[in-house]
Design a protein. Structure first.
Length: 297
C-alpha cells in the first residue's frame, strides 16, 4: 500500500476511488484525538463539493468522496493544508457543551448481569466495579470518586447511536485503565455506564458488550423517535467533543429520576462551553473544575 505523508507525520492512504484514510498517530493520545476533531470539524464546515461523509476516530479519520466531483488526491492536498493549520495540538479549541449524567454506581441490575458472565471475565468472583477498582489500586468508593471527579470528552462514536467513547480530562497518571472482558457478554442493561481500556461508555440500549460495568444511569443517551425532552434537535445526547460529567446518586434518587424521565419531567443539566486544549494542558487539575462549574450557572 502506498502512503502520502503530511508534514506532521500523519499518513494518508486510499480505499478504491471513494475513500481517503488518514492515520494521525498509532496510539490513543488526547491531544492528537482533539486534533482529529479540529481537522474533521473544519473539513465538515467547509461543505466542499464531492465530500459525502467524514468519520473521525480516536487516532485517525476516514473521508468518503464522490470521485466524479472531487478526486481523492485533490482532497489529500486540502487535508495537508488543514494538518498544517492545526499543526500544534495546543491550538485546538472546541465550542461544545457539558452535560451531567447521574449514575447509580454498583446498582443491583448491572451487578446481576456482570456476575452472570464470570466465565468470560478475568475475575471469577468480583463484580466489575470491584475488579476495576482493584486493578487501579483503589477501593470501590475511591474508584467512584475518581470516575466522577472530572468530566470526560467524547472522542469516538461507537457501534450504536448514542454509544460514545469518552476519555477523562485528568493528567495521564490519573487515567483509569481496565481490560475489557475476555469474551463479550450477550447481555448488558440499557443505560449501563461502563469502562474499558481508558474509555467510558454509556450503553444506550440493552445488548452485547465487553466493557466493565460500573453502574447505571436513569436517563437515556439516545432517543431515535425524539420524544424525550432534550432530544428535540438530535437523536443522540452526546456527539463528538461533548463533555460528560458523571454524578453519583443513591438508589432512591435513581428511582425518582427514572420515573421523571419516563414521564417526560426530567431536564438534563447542560451548558455551552469552549474547551481549549492549551488551558487543559497548562492546568489539567484545575481547568476541568472550571468547565464543570458551567453546570451551576
Amino acid at each position: 500500500m502506498s502512503y502520502q505523508f503530511f508534514a506532521d507525520g500523519a499518513r494518508a492512504s486510499f480505499g478504491g476511488d471513494e475513500f481517503v484514510f488518514v492515520e494521525v498517530c498509532e496510539s490513543m493520545d488526547l491531544a492528537q484525538a482533539l486534533r482529529v476533531q479540529a481537522i474533521t470539524g473544519e473539513l465538515s464546515r467547509r461543505e466542499l463539493p464531492g465530500i459525502l461523509d467524514v468519520a473521525p476516530a480516536n487516532a485517525s479519520y476516514l473521508v468518503r468522496v464522490d470521485p466524479d466531483i472531487l478526486h481523492p488526491r485533490e482532497l489529500v492536498r486540502t487535508l495537508a493544508r488543514l494538518h498544517e493549520r492545526f499543526g500544534e495540538a495546543g491550538s485546538v479549541a472546541l465550542d461544545t457543551e457539558i452535560i451531567e449524567i447521574p449514575v447509580w454506581y454498583g446498582d443491583p441490575e448491572t451487578e446481576r448481569v456482570c456476575l452472570k458472565f464470570r466465565d468470560r471475565h478475568q475475575s471469577g468472583a468480583e463484580t466489575d466495579l470491584a475488579y476495576t477498582a482493584r486493578v487501579n489500586g483503589l477501593a470501590e468508593d475511591d474508584l467512584v470518586a475518581a470516575h466522577s471527579s472530572a468530566p470526560f470528552i467524547v472522542t469516538f462514536p461507537c457501534f450504536k447511536p448514542g454509544n460514545t467513547e469518552c476519555v477523562q480530562l485528568v493528567p495521564r497518571e490519573r487515567q483509569l485503565q481496565v481490560p475489557k472482558y475476555l469474551r463479550p457478554r450477550t447481555e448488558t442493561p440499557a443505560r449501563a455506564v461502563a469502562h474499558g481500556g481508558a474509555f467510558t461508555v454509556v450503553y444506550p440500549t440493552a445488548g452485547v458488550g465487553g466493557y466493565q460495568l460500573l453502574g447505571r444511569s436513569p436517563v437515556p443517551v439516545a432517543d431515535l423517535a425524539q420524544r424525550t425532552p432534550g432530544f428535540e434537535t438530535s437523536k443522540v445526547l452526546a456527539t463528538i467533543s461533548t463533555l460528560l460529567s458523571f454524578r453519583p446518586i443513591p438508589g432512591d434518587e435513581y428511582a425518582q429520576l427514572r420515573t421523571d424521565s419516563r414521564e417526560g419531567r426530567y431536564r438534563y443539566r447542560r451548558a455551552p462551553v469552549r474547551f481549549a486544549l492549551a488551558e487543559f494542558l497548562a492546568d489539567p487539575a484545575g481547568y476541568p473544575r472550571i468547565l464543570r462549574a458551567a453546570l451551576s450557572c
